[in-house]
Design a protein around this ligand. Structure first.
Ligand SMILES: [Zn+2]
Length: 324
C-alpha cells in the first residue's frame, strides 16, 4: 500500500473496494440508522457503483457518504493517491508536484492538500508526558519576506521579526509532538497551552527564554540550557532541547524547501500535517503504509465543509473547494 503503483491509487473501483474493506471490516454500515451488514448492493446501470440500500431503513448509501470525498468531483483513487504522497514525503510535497503525479490541476491539488491537512489536525489529544517523562518546549518563527528568512535567529525574549508567525512546539522525548501557531510568545499564550497539553508530573526542558519560568511552575521540574552562551547540553546529557529543535528543522525544511511560502491563515494546517507525520514516524515503528492507513479515519471522520472552517480569509479560500 505504500507503493504508488498500487491500483488503489489509479483505479476508482479498486479505491472504493479498498475503502470499503478499510472502513467496513464487518460489512457495510448504514450511515442513516447504524445497522451493520444489512444492506444490499444495488446493481444495474441506473445505479452508480458502490451504492447500497439499507435493508432496515431502506435508505441508499455508499462508503463515501459523510466523508470529505462525498461531494468532490475528484475520483476517490486520486484522493487516496494524494494522501499517500503526502504521507510518504517527510518534508511534504508541493501541490505542483502532486498535480503532475495525480493528474489534476494545480488549483485542485492545492485544495485537496489543504483538506487532507485539515483532517490530519489532531484535536482532543491526550496530554504529553507524565511521571519520569521529559517534554521539551521551544518556539520558532516562520514566514515573512523571503530575503529575511535567514534573519530569524531568535534572541531570548524576542517576538520575532516583522511579518513572522510564532510557532510553539512541545515534544515528548521518544514520543509525540504538539505544535501550535500563536499570536505571540508570552506567558499568557503559552501558559494555557502547556497546562492543557502536558501532564503536571512531567519534567520540562527549555532554553533560557524568560517566558518558561513563568509557565512551568506547576510541573514536576524545569531545566534550561543557555543557548546564548553556546551551551547546548548539560546535566550529563539530560538537559537539552535537541528533540524539539529536530522537529523544527524538519518543519522548516518543508516550509522553505517544499512549500516556499505559506499563508498565516493556513499555518495551523501545515503544522497539522507535520505533527501527524512526526507522530506516526519510522522511529516509532510506523511504516509509510501504516501512516497512510492511519490518515484515513481522520479524513473520513471530518465532515469539513468550507462553512465550518471559519474566518473570512479561509472561507474565501475554501469556497473554491466546491470546484474541486
Ligand atoms: Zn439504515
Amino acid at each position: 500500500m505504500s507503493d504508488f503503483s498500487n491500483p488503489i491509487f489509479h483505479d476508482e473501483a479498486k479505491a472504493r473496494e479498498w475503502l470499503e474493506r478499510r472502513l467496513w471490516p464487518e460489512g457495510p454500515i448504514c450511515p442513516h440508522c447504524g445497522v451493520v451488514d444489512q444492506a444490499t448492493l444495488l446493481r444495474g446501470k441506473s445505479h452508480r457503483p458502490g451504492l447500497y440500500q439499507c435493508n432496515a431503513c431502506r435508505e441508499p448509501f455508499s462508503v463515501t457518504v459523510g466523508t470529505l470525498y462525498e461531494r468532490s468531483h475528484v475520483p476517490l483513487h486520486k484522493w487516496l493517491g494524494t494522501t499517500h504522497l503526502m504521507m510518504s514525503s517527510k518534508k511534504g510535497m508541493s501541490a505542483l508536484q502532486i498535480s503532475r503525479m495525480i493528474g489534476v490541476t494545480y488549483k485542485t491539488a492545492w485544495f485537496m492538500c489543504h483538506r487532507i491537512r485539515e483532517s490530519l489536525r489532531q484535536t482532543n489529544r491526550a496530554p504529553l508526558g507524565g511521571a519520569n517523562k521529559v517534554v521539551e518546549a521551544d518556539e520558532t518563527y516562520v514566514g515573512g519576506k523571503e530575503k529575511n528568512k535567514h534573519a530569524n535567529k531568535r534572541t531570548p525574549g524576542s517576538q520575532g521579526g516583522a511579518n513572522k508567525e510564532a510557532v510553539v512546539a512541545l515534544v515528548e522525548r521518544d514520543g509525540k509532538v504538539r505544535s501550535e501557531h500563536v499570536v505571540s510568545v508570552n506567558a499568557k499564550t503559552l501558559g494555557p497551552i502547556l497546562a492543557s497539553q502536558i501532564e503536571a508530573a512531567t519534567h520540562i526542558m527549555s532554553d533560557e527564554a524568560l517566558v518558561y519560568p513563568a509557565v512551568t511552575g506547576g510541573f514536576a521540574g524545569h531545566s534550561t540550557v543557555n543557548h546564548s552562551i553556546g551551551e547546548y547540553v548539560r546535566g550529563g546529557g539530560f538537559i537539552h532541547t535537541n528533540t524539539v529543535e529536530g522537529y523544527f528543522a524538519i518543519f522548516k525544511r518543508g516550509i522553505y524547501g517544499t512549500y516556499h511560502h505559506i499563508s498565516p491563515a493556513h499555518l495551523k494546517r501545515y503544522l497539522g500535517e507535520f505533527d501527524f507525520r512526526y507522530n506516526e514516524r519510522i522511529a516509532l515503528g510506523v511504516t509509510d503504509a501504516m501512516r497512510f492507513d492511519r490518515a484515513i479515519p481522520g479524513i473520513v471522520g471530518k465532515r469539513l465543509t468550507y462553512r465550518r472552517t471559519g474566518g473570512a480569509e479561509e472561507t474565501q479560500g475554501f469556497a473554491s473547494l466546491q470546484a474541486a
